[in-house]
Write a protein that binds this ligand. Structure first.
Ligand code: MRU
Length: 367
């Protein structure tokens, strides 16, 4: 995507041919800062501290993390250690495991001398594939949006509600949930996006608003509990979110709060779509509520709100009494029965075992 006319991906190989560029997403929207990753430790830190985040981008960063680690040691034991270090960074997004598995399966049979260059090739391939997948999701999603827009009689705006950030910053490019939004906007459909703030880290406010603004897409920030009210009043034509892990039966794990939006959508007959790249399907699990590990993060993120103070400096303020505690569950699971459709790179699937099997059959995406 372009920022002020300059095309960017969220991760790239630097001109030196080995180090890796990323955008520090903890600084947005206040500062556009590029960081350089040079070691496996840098990559692991970037994922854990959420300089990069979003399921597909976590996977791509892990792949480049292995490249950087192999520059220091190409042995089997080192490769195993790198995989463990990276897998320990964040538990929920399955793309991390998928990318590491793809790297290990390619690299382990190779001689040590061949590993570094093969790893860089594979990491670049994972990134390019992610871009192609997300662009295809955008094309299929555009058709869904067009149908809803036509059913609405093409009046007013197509009002879309989204949660968290499933835009190009969460992937290598295009995004998943935002990809059809960009394509609809570019195709002349007058979209307006309700952006859930997405407490506690505010990916909606910080990242989705920033992305949409840079692309000229009309949008309005809302706090997380407003969606139900908007839906009751006919102000949402459809919801679309991303996913960090979708089970083989179509249960969707995404940023905490997604489930409540899906419940409100069901109650108000608002279509609830999930944009799903193939590598985000976990074929080993069926029951998302029971099986998917939910990340529990530091309560500090709940206890303090971050923003710019009057001097323009980034600062944080505490919002609860010193003696009170908090819990910080980062994801929740939306059961398949609440999902209208899964918009994948292969077309729109019913959120069910049969629906996914029909599109993917013998899938190459195994975590
Ligand atoms: O905690 P985050 O910011 O990594 O969570 C991101 C999300 O929940 C996204 O919706 C998901 O990864 C899909 S991104 C295309």
């Amino acid at each position: 995507m372009k920022i002020d006319g300059i095309p960017y991906r969220s991760i790239w190989l630097k001109d030196d041919g080995w180090s890796v560029g990323i955008i520090d997403q903890t600084r947005l929207p206040h500062e556009f800062r590029i960081e350089r990753l040079t070691t496996l430790g840098d990559a692991a830190h970037a994922i854990k501290a959420m300089l990069v985040r979003g399921a597909p981008l976590i996977g791509a960063t892990a792949a480049y993390g292995i490249c950087l680690g192999l520059r220091a040691d190409t042995g089997d034991a080192a490769l195993e250690n790198m995989s463990e270090t990276l897998i320990a960074t964040r538990p929920t997004a399955v793309n991390l495991r998928w990318a590491i598995r793809a790297m290990r399966e390619l690299l382990l049979p190779l001689s040590e001398a061949e590993r570094v260059s093969a790893a860089y090739e594979k990491a670049a391939q994972i990134c390019d594939e992610d871009v192609a997948i997300n662009s295809a999701i955008g094309d299929h999603g555009l058709e869904v949006f067009r149908q809803i827009w036509e059913a609405k009689g093409k009046t007013g705006k197509l009002n879309i509600l989204t949660h968290c950030n499933a835009g190009w910053l969460a992937t290598v490019d295009w995004g998943t949930a935002l990809s059809p939004i960009y394509k609809a906007h570019d195709a002349g459909i007058p979209v307006h996006v309700w952006v859930d703030e997405t407490r506690p880290r505010n990916q909606g406010a910080h990242l989705t608003c920033w992305e949409l603004g840079k692309h000229g897409v009309d949008h309005t920030l809302i706090v997380d509990n407003v969606g139900g009210h908007l839906m009751q009043h006919g102000l949402v034509d459809l919801c679309i979110t991303g996913t960090d892990r979708t089970t083989a039966a179509g249960d969707v794990c995404n940023k905490v709060g997604t489930y409540l939006k899906a419940l409100a959508a069901k109650d108000n007959n608002v279509p609830f779509y999930v944009a799903l790249p193939g590598p985000t399907i976990d074929w080993e699990f069926e029951d998302g509520v029971k099986d998917i590990p939910i990340e529990i993060r530091d309560g500090h993120e709940v206890d303090y709100i971050q923003g710019l103070d009057r001097t323009g400096a980034v600062s944080e303020v505490r919002i609860l009494p010193e003696e009170s505690g908090s819990a910080n569950y980062a994801f929740d699971v939306t059961p398949a029965r609440l999902v209208t459709g899964l918009i994948t790179e292969r077309g729109v699937a019913e959120a069910s075992k049969e629906g996914l099997a029909r599109l993917y059959g013998q899938s190459v995406y195994k975590a």
